[in-house]
Design a binder for this molecule. Structure first.
Ligand SMILES: Cc1cc2nc3c(=O)[nH]c(=O)nc-3n(C[C@H](O)[C@H](O)[C@H](O)COP(=O)(O)OP(=O)(O)OC[C@H]3O[C@@H](n4cnc5c(N)ncnc54)[C@H](O)[C@@H]3O)c2cc1C
Length: 409
């Protein structure tokens, strides 16, 4: 791939950067403010960039998406609130939904009129998601049939604010486990749905447990066919993937730049941290590791620009950046000492957000705590290693007691 941006790309970058300068996010404390901010980004053409025009998207090239993501990360512009809808749920609906479903739901995801969550994991079904137990049974009511849902989900991100969820539920317990699952659109605002927020180590509650007690789903809200749920759940192809890895790189670079500034004010035993050769070695290693990630981002972008989609090998990038983030956050804590742990009252010369960064109130401490999540969500590191071993390196598959009973068998 040509690692230089074209003149056209550079012009587009300037336009994006000008827009960012002219449109400061302002305070984003309430849900309404966060929704309004997503709407502003959408009106600027920065949300749903790769989605088809007919459903409110921009049909933009992966390179343009990458440039917007990079520029937003560079200026620390807050992202869109409806992250799961944009990253995963919308693309799944565009590929597998009926025309009615697409017309009804897709554009409202882009404008944040409806917030969506993903109702997959259960208390005993995380990595082994196909073992899920939540049941959906088609029952006859006076005014027609409806699916009746009973069971429990957990770790539902955005659950406390969601209007709709995509639900995986078992519709046929007699079939092998991967085959008896269906995929539904569930209205979260109904009496049979109870959402209990879960407080996290960071102090916030972005997750919830969700309980279904005779919740109902109309028949037109099934996505795909009955029993096709597992196949649909594998639809990870996003239309908005172009820039995500490069945006991560830009964020890491911004954090590292800030770390360099901050460590100039930190001393240990009266010796400036930056004069410690071991600390310098650690910082050097972090820079190199982020640079490796940057080239991985270009590799993906190159593929997307050629109309190809990254396959199982994207597990290598997921494993690398999530483990790297954890390692780097630990090193940052090492270098900053007690300053890294303060959630409040940090002098401005030591804070994570320099005056040039805006919109985001993260702290070193918050980022350290949050970095634990990356090696768990979207498939834990161990699961990524299994995928890399089996599907990329073609090593023998891990023994699984249930394999004979599944389609993978
Ligand atoms: C920040 C965050 C957001 C999330 N958001 C959502 C959401 O919106 N919706 C949703 O449905 N879920 C969500 N999840 C849940 C997430 O998908 C699960 O936590 C994840 O799949 C792991 O499942 P588990 O927690 O049940 O752990 P388990 O599957 O019980 O795993 C426990 C440990 O065993 C290891 N392990 C399991 N199986 C194997 C194996 N075959 N080989 C080797 N090691 C193995 C795991 O790596 C892990 O270390 C979220 C999780 C996090 C952390």
């Amino acid at each position: 791939m040509d690692l230089n941006y074209s003149v056209e790309d550079e012009r587009f970058r300037e336009k994006v950067s000008r827009w960012i300068t002219d449109h400061p996010a302002g305070p984003l404390n309430t849900l309404e403010q966060k929704k309004a901010w997503q709407r502003t980004l959408y009106d600027a053409g920065f949300v749903g960039m790769g989605w088809p025009h007919e459903y409110g998207g921009q049909d933009a090239r992966p390179m343009e998406q990458a440039i917007v993501a990079e520029e937003m990360a560079r200026s620390d512009v807050p992202g869109a609130i409806n992250s799961l809808a944009l990253g995963l749920i919308g693309p799944t609906l565009i590929v597998h939904g009926t025309e009615d479903q697409k017309q009804r739901y897709v554009k409202r995801m882009l404008t944040a009129e409806d917030i969506w969550c993903q109702l997959y994991s259960e208390p005993d079904s995380g990595s082994d998601l196909a073992s899920l137990k939540t049941r959906a049974v088609l029952e006859a009511f006076q005014d027609g049939n409806r699916w009746v849902v009973n069971g429990q989900k957990v770790w539902t991100s955005l659950g406390p604010i969601a209007d709709y969820g995509v639900l995986l539920a078992r519709t046929n317990p007699d079939l092998p486990k991967h085959q008896g699952i269906s995929y539904f659109i569930l209205d979260m605002h109904q009496p049979g749905v109870e959402v209990r927020p879960l407080k996290q180590i960071t102090g916030s509650s972005e997750f919830a447990e969700v309980f279904f007690n005779n919740a109902v789903v109309p028949p037109e809200n099934i996505i795909g066919q009955e029993g096709q749920g597992w196949e649909l759940a594998q639809t990870t192809l996003g239309f908005e993937r172009g820039g995500s890895l490069l945006a991560r790189v830009t964020r890491h670079q911004a954090n590292l730049r800030r770390l360099f500034e901050v460590t100039q004010h930190v001393s240990r035993d009266s010796v400036p941290v930056l004069e410690d050769p071991v600390a310098r070695q650690k910082l050097g290693r972090m820079v190199v590791e982020v640079e490796v990630l940057r080239y991985a981002g270009f590799r993906i972008l190159g593929k997307l620009e050629q109309g190809k989609r990254p396959g199982s090998e994207s597990s290598i990038d997921k494993l690398y950046y999530s483990e790297m983030d954890k390692r780097h956050q630990e090193l940052m804590q090492d270098l900053l000492g007690p300053y890294g742990q303060l959630e409040r009252g940090l002098p401005s010369e030591l804070s994570l957000n320099s005056s040039t960064l805006r919109g985001d109130d993260s702290t070193w401490a918050y980022n350290f705590l949050w970095s634990r999540a990356g090696t768990i969500y979207a498939g834990s590191s161990e699961i990524q290693k299994n995928i890399i071993g089996e599907r990329v390196l073609r090593l023998p598959r891990e023994p699984r007691a249930d394999r004979a009973a599944t389609r993978e068998g």
